[in-house]
Design a protein around this ligand. Sequence first.
Ligand code: RUB
Length: 310
Amino acid sequence: MNPRNQVLETAEKIRSMEIRGAGRIATAAAASLRDYSLSIEAKTLDEFNAEVKGASDLLLETRPTAVSLSNALRMVTKYDAKDIDSARQALVNNAIRFIENSRVAVERIGQIGSRRIRDGDTVLTHCNSLAAISVIGAAHKSGKKIKVIATESRPRFQGITTIGMLDRLGIETELIVDSAARSVMNEVDLVVVGADVITANGTLVNKIGTAQIALFAHEARTSFMVAAETYKFSPKTILGELVTIEEREAKEVLPDISKYKHVKVRNPAFDVTPHQYIDLICTEAGAIPPEMSYIIIRERLGWDIEDEDN
Ligand code: RUB
């Protein structure tokens, strides 16, 4: 196979959501760039760097919302090399480190976040987040008897993936339609969701429907926790950049719209939850209030206002 085709294939899997979830797309992109870098036949370092940039841009375009992709690709391609061999080696090392750190982060988030779950609690989760499931799984593993309520997460039904994972862990789970979230909220002790993006002021961008669940939780005085690796925080939001919300195809919602003359389907994939509705963001660096997001961006991601050109 032409080495570039492997990158195109990964990009297509991310675009079509065969690979999905902010953490999984970030590690898949890092692995794809690592493999591609090993096959680049360049004569000069500039040529090598241009090939890496081309592949990185292809991967980056696939899911416009996920900052995990741009953070991963930035970390993997951050090297200062004098020749092709050392550039290749540095890139491979960066990718290996990113993938391993990402795995450890999810584990650590599980340990930290699970302390917020008490024996006998009912936890509600939305969509399918490895970080959120890590929290729930760690609570269950520590011997706490918990119940989970999982939403279907229309239109792509990621909730079905979630109930499969929870079932394999032996966790008692109830599946609800998305619109039942308010009906069950009074039975819920804690909402745990993942994140696609967290901005400098602690705003959460996550699967469509998250914002209304947060609002219901707020109104019902139910705690709302976000489980997120630090690479889900968006450095560019400290420069004022807004998060792009991905609009996906109409046919995900309505397979055949042709019989309607005056109907348009809208399919935003993510929504925005204000930080006021978030009690806690659980990261591998600790559980923080959303207002501390700026510090995470500066101290963990190493970004400051001067980094505008990066
Ligand atoms: C997935 C989604 C998840 C986050 C976090 O959306 O919104 O909650 O990506 O997941 P999609 P994780 O299915 O459209 O990719 O914790 O696994 O990174």
